[in-house]
Design a protein around this ligand. Structure first.
Ligand code: AMO
Length: 420
């Protein structure tokens, strides 16, 4: 079926359009069908004098959100949504919608987030929801093209694994034939192994699974992670890459997503780089947190209010970071990238020495046997390397000022929700 999108209709031509019945209005001598497609709303105008009464009657009986196809003539009409209206020759009902509807798609009656998520198919028909997912798609596209332009190769690593990567407690067990396995919490081990494989610069955009029990506005149990690993780079070099990526995303979204940003009422302010670097010691002092404690939500908020723009926290105590981070006297070469609202990414210069890595595993009470496949990669020529993992949902939510991380993913997985 060849149909023209609302954004592409040309005045004084005949067109075929298709979409959902957004609203019907009857003013006596004239009635209107507002037809919505992916790009916007079209006005189908039916003056009694020009359109046969049976057609007007058929349109009047359409239920809201039914799918229809309209063939008609386009006329300029400055007061109509696209600056033109369509006078129909033919209106075909392709599929009728039941009523009542689970959600009001005109947005006049706002729904709770849970109701919206239960009927996501309907919720995404709302222009403001759709705008978020247009921007999400663009954001991930920009991330990929930025990294490819910097000579990174996109990889895919397994999501069903035998061992923990970030520490043992946050794994979802699965049954894997006669063995226990887990959903992977991070591509960490595999992206590092690819450094031994000589790929030098890799990235992955893919799901990570965290069996964390929190029920907050910034945690999900399934996240899209943007992971990067690069050989012959140190922590400072990958931090630079990360801040340049963030700034680039803001610039391109501003340039190329003006329509969805307008729907959302959002104007982005482009972050200045380089981002400020503060040490863990500075951060805990601002937040009044004792040495050795991780920064909890209250602490992140306190530091965020002080700094009020993106920043990095560096020079972390080793005990707060995973085993694969390169130690630095009593600290380590790890960093977190922070938005004033929350953490967006963490990364580090990695250990590349096999003996030191084995020792760190033992020090963190992890069984070296479980990591044999990973440790092997460090025995036969592992280059120095560094990398980071950036949460796609948190990047999107902080950029657009969304209140809840669940708004930044089509079908969120959280403590209570595994459907739809
Ligand atoms: P980390 O565990 O800090 O690091 O995760 C990296 C980033 O992923 C996002 N993220 C989450 N977002 C929402 N809900 C969650 N439950 C959640 N968990 C993680 C965050 C976080 O900053 N292997 C390291 C990365 C590296 O060193 O390369 C890692 O996974 O935005």
């Amino acid at each position: 079926m060849k149909v023209t999108r609302s954004s592409a209709i040309i005045p004084e031509t005949d067109v075929t359009v298709a979409g959902w019945v957004h609203e019907l209005r009857d003013l006596g001598g004239i009635s209107f069908l507002l037809l919505r497609d992916r790009d916007g709303i079209m006005q189908i105008t039916m003056p009694k004098k020009k359109v046969p009464p049976e057609l007007v009657e058929r349109v009047r009986r359409l239920s809201r959100e039914s799918v229809v196809r309209v063939v008609g003539h386009v006329k300029v009409e400055p007061k109509a949504p696209q600056g033109c209206e369509i006078i129909p020759y033919e209106v075909e009902l392709l599929n009728a919608a039941e009523s009542p509807l689970p959600l009001d798609v005109t947005g006049k009656v706002p729904a709770e987030l849970d109701t919206r998520l239960d009927s996501r198919f309907m919720d995404v028909r709302l222009p403001a929801t759709r705008a978020v997912f247009f921007i999400r798609a663009k954001m991930l596209h920009v991330v990929r093209s930025f990294l490819v332009a910097r000579d990174f190769i996109e990889i895919q690593t397994p999501k069903m694994v035998a061992t923990a990567t970030e520490g043992g407690t946050q794994l979802f067990p699965i049954s894997y034939f006669d063995r226990e396995a887990f959903l992977n919490q991070s591509p960490q081990l595999y992206k590092q192994i690819m450094m031994a494989a000589g790929l030098e610069r890799v990235f992955e955009v893919g799901p990570i699974f965290r069996a964390e029990e929190h029920d907050t506005r910034k945690h999900l149990n399934e996240v899209t992670s943007i992971d990067v690993e690069a050989s012959f780079m140190d922590d400072n070099e990958v931090m630079r890459l990360l801040e340049e990526l963030i700034q680039h995303v803001y610039v391109v979204i501003t340039e190329q997503c003006s329509a969805p940003l307008k729907v959302l009422g959002v104007t982005l302010s482009i972050p200045h780089i380089p981002f400020r670097r503060i040490t863990y010691a500075d951060a805990i002092e601002i937040a009044d947190t004792p040495w050795g404690d991780d920064l909890d939500t209250a602490a992140e908020k306190a530091v965020g209010e002080e700094i009020r723009e993106h920043y990095f926290i560096v020079d972390w105590p080793g005990e707060l970071k995973p085993f694969y981070v390169q130690p630095q006297k009593n600290l380590c070469y790890a960093f977190d990238l922070m938005h004033p609202r929350m953490e967006l990414a963490s990364g580090a210069r990695r250990i590349h020495d096999h003996r030191l890595l084995s020792k760190q595993l033992a020090d963190k009470f992890l069984a070296p046997e479980s990591f044999a496949f990973y440790l092997d990669a460090f025995r036969f020529g592992m280059p120095p390397h560094a990398g980071w993992g950036l949460g796609a949902e948190r990047l999107l939510m902080t950029m657009l000022g969304l209140a809840n991380i669940r708004e930044s993913v089509l079908f969120p997985r959280d403590r209570r929700r595994i459907t739809p």
